[in-house]
Design a protein around this ligand. Sequence first.
Ligand code: ADP
Ligand code: MG
Length: 550
Amino acid sequence: DDARLSAELRDMSGASYGRYKSLQGDWDFGDFTLTIDKVQSDPFAPPSRLSVLIPADVAELPETAWHSPVRRRATADFLARRAFRTLKGSRLRIDVGGQEVIDRASVQIEEGDLRLRLGIEMPGHGRRIDGRTAEHELCERLPDLVDALCWPELDTRAAVAFADTVEDTAALRDQLSALGLVAFVADGSVLPRRSGVSDLPMDGEGKAVPFTAPDSLRVTVDLPHRGEVEGMGVPEGITLIVGGGFHGKSTLLHALERGVYDHVPGDGRELVATRPDAVKIRAEEGRRVERTDVGSFVRNLPTGADTGDFSTDNASGSTSQAANISEALEAGSTTLLVDEDTTATNLMIRDARMQKLVHGDREPLTPFVDLVRPLHRDHGVSTVLVMGGSGDYFDVADTVIMLDGYRPYDVTERARRLAAERVDADFTLPAHRVVDPRSVNATARGRARLKRRDMDVLTFGENDIDVRSLAQLVDPGQIIGVGLAMRLLAEGGLLDAGRTLAEALDALDERLATGGVTALGRGYLGDYALPRRFEIAATLNRLRSLRITR
Ligand code: ADP
Ligand code: MG
């Protein structure tokens, strides 16, 4: 068929662009099958979509590269990166990850078979077909790409080493619970990034201070490939990260946020792992809140609103943060990550002088400092909190880590000597909610509409959803993944029959556990990657059309 495709493309040269459509369908190249899924209608439209199936006996991937779900995801990611490099200067496009290794549609391994999903800008001279270039891309560059992904051209040893690294991180994360930890940071890890807009490790010889655990928090873990590794264990309970400004507090917390994902070799955070259900919490003035229970934080609003069933189109800093916490707990998080840089101060602390001036019955907010202990004691939810500006949390912290010149010290004892008695408030877990699936509509004017703008906005049907504050949405593909997940929740019946949101997310996780990311696709031809349930729930909660029925 490849000769036939060559001939057809040459024959099409100079014809009107629309004739490209006739190429849709399967093309047997012998070694692999090309499927032209969808052809763009003009040269300025989004790229055309292709898929390529390379059978296992051609790919010859060693079974160790894909025999478990973790290794399969890692090897697929490795291949996507190699494909991306191979396609430099080509019109063929492949979606590839950043520093995280995330299951994505662009490369999937199925029992050793390789399935690629690619884009291509079909070449034209104006609105006329450029058949020569199209032939070069599809009949030369594409087979070259396939060769580059197959033995013997593929460096299978490097692929296996990549999978080993990812498997170690995943194994580390799996051990955290049994060790009573919420996170682990290995000695030698490089946490700072190159800049605020680059996720690459800080460069320059000797500039980044590698991580070294304080002795009292040092833990040894045993990993399948590296063996014994030492580092800092962040225990369950309430952990405070203190230190002067610019000493690396936020950098450590950011690394913990990202520690729910696996990182590529050389990233510096390969052996930083956080409980998979850890959620970064922040204030987010202006967000919508739909019938969320924030009663533990807010009571007796001057408006008389029922804070156990709280809605607003324009939340304040404190109520948005309270809603963010409630919704994370509703979705099943047992670890909250909080940074003073992005919190509402009045939700975090209320000092003695302010309490004297504004009496309890006048202040609707119960500060987090009074809730964080019951949250752990009564509900098993841990908190890791960066707080350099107030000592109030000394009263409630189980562990206090001080960063000094980017080095962590255990100052728990010193902080304890400065602590005061504190009376806790009560924390009641938020009520579970039921979503009206009809309020989650992916269509606009009768057609499915799913788009993203950078890392900022998901367009879902007729709604634009602001996702900028979701720190653990790290990959553009995840934003589309979230949209597909929301569509599946609503159209796939997962939200039906009065299921609570949490139950619907459980059902979704079950499908993803067996089907992988492509269980989200259901005919979607574009690129997407796997999001966590927490980001799916968070995005859904920000959907302005969302209606809660209970
Ligand atoms: P804080 O939150 O304590 O004010 P940040 O975490 O924002 O401090 O870090 C301040 C600066 O120091 C940032 O530019 C960051 O990149 C840099 N930095 C953080 N950790 C390290 C490190 N281990 N080595 C070198 N530079 C670091
Ligand atoms: Mg900071």
